[in-house]
Design a protein around this ligand. Structure first.
Ligand SMILES: [Zn+2]
Length: 201
């Protein structure tokens, strides 16, 4: 969501994998203040702390992590290879207690490449809803109101592994639902499962 990324050498990750690198200082020592002027929609985002959850343990504005989607072939639209994300920015990627070396994606324009991918991402999606789920992606010109924009898992508590606690999920219509983590990101499901989950009724 930030308008600027720090290009560094490519970090190899698999199609469904995520980076295995520890957070490290930003290249060239660039602090978040330096990119504050580069954020999109400055009329809405007044300050860089709008990108930080109060529960985000990373308060150092200079720390980055490898973009977990930076080398994922499926996601070519908005994720340059080898990109870095600011850890202070909670809503592009998060690093949870149970997996301190594995940043998890929280925002992308594209979660699925083709409609047939939906069933492999979430086998519980009924056949007659596959297209509807596929269209819930920001890569499309007019995605529906129930499209997932981003979500925050820093409120889960404990080791944040998802066995308990809730994720705060922001949908495109602007509302936020507190969805049980084991519903939104069940253990054993692929990294892009969450986008298939619907708002609470
Ligand atoms: Zn949060």
């Amino acid at each position: 969501m930030l308008g600027d990324r720090v290009p560094v050498g490519s970090e190899g990750v698999g199609r469904r994998g995520v980076g295995e690198e520890r957070p490290r200082p930003a290249e060239q020592g660039r602090a978040l203040d330096a990119i504050q002027d580069g954020t999109l929609y400055k009329e809405y985002v007044k300050a860089a702390n709008g990108f930080a959850c109060p529960n985000n343990p990373s308060t150092d504005m200079s720390l980055t992590c490898p973009d977990p989607l930076g080398s994922v072939q499926l996601i070519g639209l908005d994720r340059p290879k080898g990109g870095q994300l600011y850890l202070y920015d909670s809503y592009d990627a998060q690093v949870l207690n149970y997996a301190p070396n594995v940043p998890q994606p929280r925002y992308t324009l594209a979660w699925a490449d083709q409609p047939q991918d939906v069933t492999s991402i979430n086998p519980d999606v009924p056949a007659d809803q596959v297209l509807q789920v596929f269209q819930r992606q920001l890569k499309f010109k007019n995605p529906p109101d129930d499209t997932v924009v981003t979500w925050c898992s820093y409120h889960r508590g404990g080791d944040q592994s998802g066995s308990k606690g809730k994720d705060m999920v922001l949908f495109l219509d602007g509302h936020v639902d507190k969805i049980p983590a084991n519903v939104f990101q069940p253990n054993g499901r692929p990294w892009n499962y969450a986008y298939t989950v619907k708002p609470l009724p």
